[in-house]
Design a protein around this ligand. Structure first.
Ligand code: SAH
Length: 258
């Protein structure tokens, strides 16, 4: 059991986490450039293609997909507040005929077997589990369909105990890039590519935008101990990253269903 000063993010109220993140463009590390780089490995798309973006959040990458691929995109997320934000952006950018949204769970998908040409998921597959997600989602992909996911990954076989514990608590299955590629292959995909997301994906697009939001949030919830603990945890995550970033990060994994 964790004490007050050492709470795991999962112990905080889901609505509190979502309220914090819904005002940010991204809910996890990533970048426009990384999305485009991954997209360059996908060669099967046409106007008839069906694409799902699972755990899309407020849809930073969903919009990028719509603007740089043909086909119909469905953004799916468990949190209605994020989908609401995405819907506003879709309308603002006049992309209603390209993107549909669904509030739903990635472990109970509303698609038919062999229906999708591409499954996208940035910073979200840990919620179902890397291996379980790859296996379950494969049912919905056509033969030769693609999957592209980002996932927390170790860069080395050994790491300092402090960071090992942090990540094993948060993502018990976390593994090295080599092992994750092997898991992808065993799940029935040709591993097409894997690459590491740059430090800027974390620092410039995730930790720095959080700073203003943290200040606002502390003001809005002045005196609320849970909120203070939550912000403390977010700040601790950023400190750990600057201390241990040579040991872990996000990698993009791109596979093709056999
Ligand atoms: N792809 C976005 C969001 C990543 S954060 C980005 O990179 O910015 C992870 C997202 O997964 C959150 O939006 C969260 O609401 C969503 N999520 C968590 N569990 C989920 C589930 N079971 N089904 C669908 N989405 C889920």
């Amino acid at each position: 059991m964790s004490n007050e000063n050492n709470k795991d993010i999962h112990e905080f109220d889901f609505n509190l986490i979502c309220d914090f993140f819904s005002n940010m463009e991204r809910q996890g590390p990533g970048s426009f450039e990384a999305t485009i780089r991954a997209l360059n490995f996908i060669d099967n798309l046409s106007n008839e293609s069906k694409i799902a973006d699972l755990g899309c959040g407020t849809g930073g990458q969903t919009i990028t997909l719509a603007q740089h691929t043909p086909g119909q995109i469905t953004g799916l997320d468990l949190f209605p507040g994020f989908i609401h934000k995405l819907n506003q952006n879709i309308e603002h950018l006049n992309l209603q005929n390209r993107i549909k949204t669904i509030v739903g769970s990635m472990d109970d998908l509303p698609f038919h077997n062999d229906e999708l040409d591409l499954i996208w998921s940035e910073g979200a597959i840990a919620n179902i589990g890397f291996e379980k997600g790859l296996n379950y989602w494969k049912n919905f992909l056509k033969k030769d369909g693609y999957i592209a996911v980002t996932y927390e990954s170790w860069f080395t076989d050994e790491r300092p105990a402090e960071i090992e514990k942090w990540w094993v608590d948060a993502v018990p299955e976390i593994d090295t890039i080599g092992n994750n590629i092997s898991i992808m292959q065993k799940a029935g995909y040709v591993p097409v590519a894997a690459f590491v997301l740059s430090e800027s994906c974390w620092i410039d697009n995730y930790f720095i935008p959080q700073k203003t939001q943290q200040e606002k949030f502390l003001k809005k919830h002045a005196g609320n101990k849970t909120v203070e603990d939550f912000i403390k945890l977010m700040r601790h995550e950023a400190e750990l990253y600057s201390k241990y970033k040579q040991y872990y990060g996000y990698a993009f994994y791109i596979g093709k269903k056999i």
